[in-house]
Design a protein around this ligand. Structure first.
Ligand SMILES: [Zn+2]
Length: 121
């Protein structure tokens, strides 16, 4: 299945790059997380695809697996004092969340576009 001649992998990679999943030419965002109303290049109405809390859930899942799981595997909680480990974990999780969230939202938007899951107006 391809939507508008675009494969799922192509749409997903365009989304991760924060580009319009339909044409891949223009940015799908006008700020850190705000989706443009329509793509300036191909006029796709990107604001009709509601990401809601989906990107936040996926980002938390990724950050949890990228930070917490290695901390347990490397025995950080048992090797170092909690006064050192806890602030380090909180700061690294916060930074990683803020870095990953825009790209996860772009990927999420591209999947919604590919599947045609949009609001009706
Ligand atoms: Zn476009």
């Amino acid at each position: 299945m391809a939507r508008a001649g675009v494969s799922l992998v192509k749409a997903f990679t365009r989304g991760v790059r924060r580009k319009c999943p339909c044409c891949g030419q223009a940015s799908a965002f006008r700020g850190y997380l705000k989706v443009v109303d329509t793509c300036p290049s191909c006029e796709t109405p990107l604001s009709l695809y509601p990401c809601d809390d989906g990107p936040a859930y996926v980002t938390m899942l990724l950050v949890g697996h990228l930070v917490i799981a290695p901390a347990f595997l490397l025995h950080l909680f048992y090797t170092y004092p909690l006064e050192v480990v806890l602030p380090t974990m909180v700061v690294s999780m916060a930074v990683l969340t803020l870095v990953l969230l825009p790209f996860v939202k772009g990927a999420f938007l591209s999947l919604l576009w590919y599947l045609g899951l949009r609001t009706v107006r």
